[in-house]
Design a protein around this ligand. Structure first.
Ligand code: ADP
Ligand code: MG
Length: 293
């Protein structure tokens, strides 16, 4: 491609809110055959809300929820923010957590109100020998099938509560995914969330392929694996833990409404924050490269 055509292509892309950090990325984007999308904040709005809180028999509802709120107040995870807000909205005051530890990709552990609290996904409970009763597991399954993220809580090693959090789809995601497929691209959604929730959300977005329960440090490895199989990969994400995967991909694309770290690492920033920018970027690259060769 000539410098002039690259400059013209970059300029037209910028008008669509697609910012290429350098001409070389505009030149590479036409080779992409696989698009990997982060779930939270990329396919969905990333503004989760607490929808259900079910406290186990034998536990005081307000007390258990207060403990969970206290523990999550110390966490910076978007799920934690939704849980804290939801519990406060129920008029429950949160005590101070005494000790706090984040377990990345799993949840949190804290001391609050004289109890040890463990809050997080099924994997975290299993690793600590906490067993939820069958009726709770049944409820969990139902909530996950609705695309909700379910967080379990144990008090002093005993299952105590289940909290469900729902995120909403960006209104443009489904149509944008459709457009990517029409361009002949393979679309894959990748998330740390559980398989059932991930599949429900992917289904709503028209995405058939899902990589779920990927640990924060595993996202880049998944991108590398795809590349080793000969795929040309665009990774699209918004979060701090997407940054290594954005750097590993052939083209990293950051959502412009996401974290600074993602934008600093990516090759392209999608200023509009909706997934149509991905197709815009690839189409612009195809057009630019076709004109010159
Ligand atoms: P994602 O970015 O897709 O949410 P993470 O790796 O951050 O993935 O988290 C994976 C899972 O770990 C979450 O879906 C949740 O079940 C659990 N988890 C992580 N952080 C917390 C937290 N602060 N409180 C409760 N659960 C958490
Ligand atoms: Mg995200």
């Amino acid at each position: 491609a000539t410098p002039t055509s690259i400059m013209a292509g970059s300029g037209r892309a910028a008008e669509l809110g697609v910012l290429f950090k350098g001409g070389e990325h505009l030149e590479t984007a036409h080779t992409i055959d696989t698009v990997v999308l982060d779930k939270t904040g990329t396919v969905t709005k990333g503004a989760p809300e607490l929808t259900d809180a079910v406290v186990a028999d034998g536990f005081g509802e307000a007390e258990v929820l207060a403990g969970i709120g206290a523990a999550e107040r110390a966490s910076e995870h978007p799920l934690a923010e939704a849980i804290v807000r939801g519990i406060r909205e129920r008029g429950i005051e949160l005590p101070q957590a005494e000790a706090f530890e984040a377990v990345p990709g799993h949840g949190v552990r804290a001391e609050a109100g004289g109890h040890t609290l463990l809050i997080g996904n099924r994997r975290l409970m299993e690793a600590n020998g906490v067993q939820a009763p069958p009726d709770a597991l049944e409820a969990l399954r139902r909530l996950e099938e609705q695309g909700k993220t379910v967080v379990l809580a144990a008090e002093d090693g005993v299952y105590a509560a289940m909290i469900a959090v729902a995120d909403t789809m960006k209104p443009t995601s489904r149509q944008a995914v459709e457009r990517l497929k029409r361009l002949g691209l393979t679309v894959i959604m990748m998330t740390g969330d559980n398989e059932r929730t991930a599949k429900a959300i992917a289904g709503d977005a028209g995405i058939e392929q899902v990589l779920a329960e990927v640990l924060p440090e595993g996202k880049a490895a998944e991108v590398r694996r795809l590349k080793e199989r000969g795929r040309k990969v665009a990774m699209v994400g918004d979060g701090i833990n997407d940054a290594p995967a954005l750097a590993t991909a052939d083209v990293g694309m950051a959502i412009g409404t996401g974290t600074d770290v993602a934008m600093e690492t990516a090759d392209v920033t999608l200023m509009r924050g909706d997934l149509n920018g991905i197709a815009d970027a690839i189409e612009m690259s195809r057009r630019t490269m076709r004109n010159i060769r």
